[in-house]
Design a protein around this ligand. Structure first.
Ligand SMILES: [Mg+2]
Ligand SMILES: [Zn+2]
Length: 202
């Protein structure tokens, strides 16, 4: 049990990477091809200014397919951090699933699996129940429901197609990360003024 004195765990926003923070290049292998999407860095900076943990969780089945190595992935991760740093924005943690069930068997880390979110919650003391999930695919936002958080489906990248999913109506939509962050901050403000459907945790 967590002692009461230590109960101030943080909210997080869990971000997908491809089609959410950077342009979705299939199986991106060359770090120099990473391009930030418009408004993404500013949006992440705003989340940090408001005290959120910002965590990237990404499915990288290109590794299972042999199209890129774990080291390629790590170099791109570093490149994304550099690009964000140049705009004064920072990611707290990066998590990735290198698997593909058809090739490497089932795993609990490939989204919508929840393993990586649990790991991040432990590492960064995150209140999952008060957190957000943002991405351009249903599998990015479905984990929100497993934890009692909220998901916002981006209509960037694959999102326009994904928005036609039969379950998409359960999630808020936004035209990009900047708009999603506006929704989140608006929700937080309304929670703080006590008019929200989501009661803050005591
Ligand atoms: Mg994506
Ligand atoms: Zn996995």
């Amino acid at each position: 049990m967590r002692p009461v004195a230590d109960s101030r765990s943080a909210r997080a926003v869990f971000l997908d990477r491809d089609g959410t923070i950077i342009e979705d290049v299939s199986y991106l292998r060359d770090p120099n091809e990473a391009r930030l999407l418009p408004g993404a860095a500013g949006a992440i900076k705003r989340l940090k200014e408001h005290g959120f943990r910002v965590i990237v969780v990404t499915n990288q089945s290109g590794i299972a397919r042999g199209l890129l190595s774990r080291n390629d992935y790590r170099l791109t991760e570093r490149r994304v951090d550099e690009l964000l740093d140049a705009e004064d924005a920072r990611i707290d943690g990066h998590y990735f699933c290198p698997h593909l069930p058809e090739l490497t068997g089932p795993c609990d880390c490939r989204k919508p699996g929840v393993l990586l979110f649990r790991q991040a919650a432990e590492q960064f003391d995150i209140d999952l129940n008060a957190s957000w999930w943002v991405g351009d695919r249903m599998r990015d936002v479905l984990p929100a429901e497993a934890f009692g958080g909220a998901g916002i489906l981006l209509l960037t990248g694959a999102g326009e197609h994904e928005a036609r999913d039969e379950h998409a109506s359960r999630f808020a939509k936004a035209g990009g990360l900047a708009e999603a962050v506006e929704l989140i901050l608006r929700e937080v403000r309304s929670q703080e003024s006590g008019v929200s459907r989501r009661s803050p945790r005591s």
